[in-house]
Ligand binder design. Sequence first.
Ligand code: CA
Length: 227
Amino acid sequence: MASILLIEDDQRIRQSLTTRLAERGHDVEATARAMDGVQRAVEGRVDVVVLDLGLPDVDGADALQMIRAVSDVPVIVATARDDQNEIVRIFDAGADDYVIKPYSTDHLEARIRALLRRAASPEEIAAIVVGELTIDIEAHDASLAGTQLELSAKEFELLAYLAERPGKMISKRELLAAVWRQPYGGADKTVDVHLSWLRKKLGETAAEPRFIQTRRGIGVKLVDPES
Ligand code: CA
């Protein structure tokens, strides 16, 4: 359960999210105005802030900077614009994560969980070791038996997502939502192709898997091949 502050001026979204998140056991406070939200956020009683970027009184990015000036509370920005400049602007303003509208309650909740996990144990997730594989989330580095792996951004994100959940079977749908930000599904092929590239860099194949174990129709998991 998390204490969530929702700053959203669209009454329909605000009410439905408040209801749905409360149904899942979260403690939700909601406001339509940026300045009310900033005030509540800096009072320090919330675990996470979900901030709409398009607000009537103050621009969402400015509101975010006001929060950041005085608080480290994790902030997820909700934006209607799915473009790289916008995303960069959001992170520059101090956001911890973002969701693209329209987003599902499931997707938002998953992002909140991930953020709170990071906030709770920054050291623990700084470097993850799975057998000879080391993944340093903060430094964005991965190495195998001491040799640095040359991974693309998506390959790294995919590996990191699996490594944060060692031994757990993850569905391709979840990977598409988390790594490719496609909460409503997409081509499984995208995941398959990246998995095969990642496997190649880890020195394994689908026929002779080591770290990456897949089960047809279920998903994929990262394991220590030596254990
Ligand atoms: Ca809005």
